[in-house]
Design a binder for this molecule. Structure first.
Ligand code: SF4
Length: 412
């Protein structure tokens, strides 16, 4: 680790002390989690907290020392006690030691839909903050949504701060009003709300193309956030030239763009990215093809445009899962997505050869913050009648955010 990285880590820790819900710059944490596969096996929480520099949410010491067997026994017992009063949702990028307790698994879009269909009074979302917020927006007011570790954010969502986005929207309006705001599901409730209030919409990686087409029917331009790469990849699929897609840098006045650049662009792309998916590169693809000439390279559209162009196939998490599961025995896949999912696909498809494009093992650092001890702790809190880590989106934000999500759901 370089000195400047160390300084940034110290700064992140200072910020965390000032505000326990502050989510530090997770790109550094992302690198810290790249390791050998053996180390991915879950250890007691106390050991995991010691082995990294990161400050996860503090929970009672008694939970930190529980080993895997004890956690397993207690979580299963709590689930049995709560019965139909509880549903546990698990995102595909969660570790195996957590996903095994999920009643429903899926990507962020599918789990949001599932959340809206549940009647259980308690919805525990093993995923990251924006997903639990979306679940809270879509569930009824008498349901309680819980995120096991409040520090489980998303580095991409963190790259679009509400104030910066509001300022950018106001700045753009001074130049043109012919623009529709479109936000990726991986964004805060307040950004979904801004879209809802301004005739905009939410999209996911599986419906981005259809949503962009809808948005272009409303207006000349799209302001897309927070993932520059998904925006660019979708624009390219619609035949929009690179020259008509410009990047809005929130750290520069007017996004670092001239009036002419904004007026001639079709898509304004927020400068944000996923720390996991931007690790994949052309060299890794070339290496995979050299080793396995029949390999199918399958990547997520949060990867850069050059990686998406070089791959055989690209699509959402559910698309990746379906493609692998429905392929012929003997198929070979090099996959560019989160390692927990890739490992699970490999385990579930022993008749195929499945490996991650990146030889390093790099789980999504923020998804990884949900250790089974957190799940055990929040379930106990429900049983004790004092549920903790409740996600509560305020009514105004929720109503506008729901509008933008519902617009998406109506687009075929
Ligand atoms: S994989 Fe990327 S986009 Fe998904 S939660 Fe992790 S950092 Fe966020």
């Amino acid at each position: 680790m370089t000195t400047s990285e160390t300084e940034r880590i110290v700064q992140a820790e200072e910020n965390y002390k000032k505000d326990p819900l502050y989510i530090p710059l997770t790109e550094l944490e992302q690198s810290a989690f790249c390791q050998t596969e053996n180390n991915l096996i879950t250890k007691p929480l106390k050991e995991e907290l010691q082995s990294t520099w990161i400050n996860w949410q503090k929970i009672p010491e008694s939970y930190q020392n529980l080993d895997a067997n004890e956690l397993d026994r207690r979580i299963l017992k709590s689930k049995a006690v709560l019965g139909k009063d509880l549903v546990v949702l698990g995102h595909h990028y969660q570790r195996d030691e957590v996903i095994k307790y999920a009643d429903i698994t899926g990507d962020s879009y599918l789990l949001s839909l599932e959340a809206s269909r549940q009647n259980a009074p308690y919805v525990v979302f093993c995923g990251v903050h924006f997903m639990a917020e979306t679940a809270d927006i879509l569930t009824s007011s008498d349901q309680t949504v819980i995120l096991p570790n409040m520090a489980a954010g998303c580095s991409m969502a963190d790259m679009a701060k509400t104030n910066d986005v509001n300022d950018a929207w106001d700045d753009i309006q001074t130049i043109t009003t012919a623009v529709t705001p479109v936000t990726y599901m991986n964004s805060t409730a307040s950004i979904k709300s801004l879209c809802g209030e301004n005739n905009g919409v939410v999209c996911t990686s599986s419906n981005a193309q259809a949503v962009f087409e809808w948005a272009f029917n409303q207006n000349e331009k799209i302001f897309f956030l927070p993932d520059e790469h998904l925006g660019r990849n979708t624009g390219r699929k619609l035949g929009i030239p690179e020259s008509q897609m410009v990047v809005w840098n929130p750290f520069k006045p007017m996004g670092g763009l001239t009036k002419e650049e904004i007026l001639s662009a079709k898509i304004l792309l927020w400068k944000g990215h996923c720390s996991v998916h931007t690790r994949f590169n052309i060299t890794q693809i070339n290496n995979a093809r050299e080793k396995f000439p029949d390999v199918t390279v399958l990547v997520h559209p949060e990867c850069t445009n050059e990686v998406v162009n070089a791959a055989n196939l690209n699509g959402s998490t559910e698309f990746i899962i379906d493609t692998v599961n429905n392929s012929k025995p003997g198929s070979i896949f090099a996959i560019g997505t989160e390692i927990n999912l890739v490992n699970r696909l490999a385990n579930n498809n022993p008749d195929k050869q499945i490996f991650c494009l990146d030889s390093m093992v790099c789980p999504c650092a923020t998804m990884y913050r949900v250790h089974p001890a957190y799940l055990c702790w929040v379930l106990d809190s429900i049983i004790e009648g004092k549920p903790t880590n409740i996600i509560n989106v305020d009514e105004k934000t929720s109503n506008f955010a729901k509008l933008s999500v519902n617009r998406m759901l109506e687009i075929k």
